[in-house]
Design a binder for this molecule. Structure first.
Ligand code: ZN
Length: 285
């Protein structure tokens, strides 16, 4: 099942010979679920059970630029740093052990999958394609074996990062440098894990103006999704509709020689096989 946000309304995205079609959840369920896309995650088990059995009406074609963030108002966004060995090395940090290094991307940075992002004046703006897990059931002290049962689905995220503000000061402040408006594109929709051949081994890629800059696989995560849910939920409860950005593979601009930053006019495409793609263009302030 693929669940999206079209013009602020929850939709199921179904595949047809003609392409992707959107079915309005509130209309199809007689107002039992939706139209608020965020509210689905508060009642996820009932919604998923309905969606699997429902006789859906025919969907409508749609313009992807009208898709919003599939999970537009999470109460918490947890983002994990340095979760692939080669990326930790290119960033100049040690490989983490024990508790995953976590920051937040503030909710106001969220956007849908197709956007124009304003580059902060004088900044060094970088790219990080990431798998994002969406919590579907409150997770508190969850074991690794039970972790996937607490995930509603997966989506693509870009952890866009302004490196000067991220790394300034006596201690790095990841959260602010990664939370300028539009710095957290997500989508194009949430895909339930049963749709994927192997939910623990997904290929991620990012390309700038058609040139591939990142390519990785989630089997190389230092802390895989179940480990993240288990270790983080031992500290704080993860709530239905929360987002978990799981970290980026190697190939970011910070780790290049010479370093490279996003420039006005650049187009960044971020994709995960089996889920979909994000498309960001960049403009000067
Ligand atoms: Zn990141």
């Amino acid at each position: 099942m693929r669940v999206g946000n079209l013009d602020g309304r929850a939709v199921l995205v179904v595949q047809d010979r003609a392409g992707d079609l959107a079915v309005d959840v509130a209309e199809a369920s007689g107002d039992r679920f939706g139209p608020d896309p965020q509210a689905l995650y508060g009642d996820w088990a009932a919604f998923a059970a309905w969606a699997r059995e429902a006789e859906l009406p025919e969907g409508r074609t749609f313009d992807r630029a009208r898709l919003g963030a599939p999970v537009p108002a999470p109460r918490q966004i947890l983002a994990v740093g340095l979760n692939y060995r080669e990326h930790a090395a290119e960033s100049g940090f040690a490989v983490p052990e024990g508790l995953p290094p976590v920051f937040t991307k503030f909710v106001t940075a969220l956007s849908g999958p197709v956007t124009e992002v304003t580059l902060p004046d004088g900044g060094h703006t970088d790219w990080e394609v990431e798998l994002v897990a969406v919590i579907g059931r409150t997770a508190s002290h969850v074991s690794e074996d039970d972790a996937w049962d607490h995930i509603a689905g997966l989506t693509v995220g870009q952890d866009i990062s302004e490196r000067i503000s991220q790394l300034a000061g006596p201690a790095p402040q990841f959260s602010l440098g990664k939370s300028f408006p539009g710095f957290a594109p997500t989508g194009p929709w949430v895909v339930t894990p049963d749709e994927l051949d192997d939910r623990d081994d997904l290929e991620l890629r990012a390309a700038i103006n058609g040139e591939e800059v990142q390519k990785g696989r989630t089997r190389d995560l230092i802390f895989a999704v179940p480990t993240l849910v288990s270790r983080l939920s031992a500290v704080l409860p993860l709530l239905p509709g929360d987002l978990l950005f799981t970290g980026t593979p190697a190939g970011v601009g910070l780790g290049r020689d010479p370093q490279r930053w996003l420039a006005p006019g650049d187009e960044l495409v971020s994709e995960i096989a089996g889920i979909g793609e994000l498309r960001q263009t960049f403009a000067s302030a």
